[in-house]
Design a binder for this molecule. Structure first.
Ligand code: NAD
Length: 267
């Protein structure tokens, strides 16, 4: 049966990308498209807004309660204040949710936990299927190769990215540090000057910036006489939308609880 999806934050980059993915998915349909009341997108067909060749006969609306009531699952990619309202509406209607908004503070984390008591919820800081598999492979490789192998992380992003290292590299560092049994303060960011030989414990982290690179991450495991590189390369932001829609189709069949993308993928 087709999963009826409502999108919250539909006029944003991610919201429009999710409309395109849902519009092309035979097992999902767009039940509602919610944007800010003040937005010029109000009343515009969601398919047209997203640049699909055909309208979807779903106009953008600000009626969150009607959207939640008429769907099986709400996908939220907005801003933390919006997420809080969306989670409250889902709790009221006991509806499943998929939350991709980042930068959640304690109030929104509490709202996630409150919804998870009555309905299934997926929250993930990165919905890319490939990135989640990449983290799992990285963990396994660190455990399998052991302490003889030095760990170095290299990431590259487009020239306009303002923060470093990326959130995905920061999570990779956590995963590698956990698997190695050291704390994340073992990180040594961008070496320079005469620093002496590297210690066995440290994990080098290097951020490259340039051009229009969407996001490259590599974990290098360098041992005596050999080296293993595990890499993920993102070509498009659509990977997050595809992962979120996959999570939405999965979560509707789950009992109440808070789930990760690792749970969705069975990692
Ligand atoms: P964006 O700025 O293009 O879009 C955000 C949308 O949310 C806008 O349409 C805005 O009008 C709407 N919005 C903001 N506040 C709202 C409110 N209070 N009520 C209703 N709507 C509101 O941003 P984006 O690039 O689409 O990213 C959205 C969020 O998703 C960000 O938090 C971003 O970090 C996150 N993100 C997560 C992943 C992931 O994999 N988890 C991937 C990409 C982006």
């Amino acid at each position: 049966m087709s999963t009826r999806i409502a999108i919250y934050g539909v006029a944003g980059r991610m919201g429009r990308s999710i409309v395109r993915v849902v519009g092309e998915d035979g097992d999902a349909s767009l039940a509602a498209a919610v944007g800010r009341a003040q937005s010029s997108a109000q009343g515009v067909d969601a398919g047209v807004l997203a640049g699909l060749p055909q309208p979807l006969s779903v106009p953008v609306s600000s009626d969150l309660v009607a959207a939640v009531t008429g769907c099986d699952v709400l996908i939220d990619f907005s801003l933390p204040a919006g997420t809080q309202a969306a989670l409250a509406a889902c709790r009221e209607a006991r509806r499943a949710a998929v939350v991709g908004t980042t930068g959640l503070e304690v109030a929104q984390q509490d709202a996630l936990a409150a919804l998870a008591e009555v309905a299934p919820v997926v929250f993930a800081p990165n919905f890319s299927v490939g990135v989640n598999v990449f983290w799992a492979l990285a963990r396994r490789a660190v455990e399998m190769l052991g302490e003889e192998f030095d760990l170095e992380i290299v990431e590259m992003h487009h020239r306009n990215k303002v923060d470093a290292p990326s959130g995905t590299a920061a999570r990779l560092l956590e995963v590698a540090a956990e698997a190695r049994g050291v704390s994340a303060d073992a990180a040594v960011h961008g070496r320079q000057g005469v620093m002496g030989a590297r210690t066995q414990r440290e994990i080098g982290v290097h951020a490259l910036r340039g051009g229009d690179v969407v996001g490259d991450h590599t974990l290098i495991l360098a041992g005596p006489g050999e080296r293993v590189d595990i890499a993920h390369r993102a070509h498009s932001r659509e990977i997050f939308a595809r992962g979120a829609v996959r999570a939405a189709k999965w979560v509707v069949a789950q009992p109440p609880g808070l789930y990760s993308m690792g749970d969705v993928l069975g990692l």
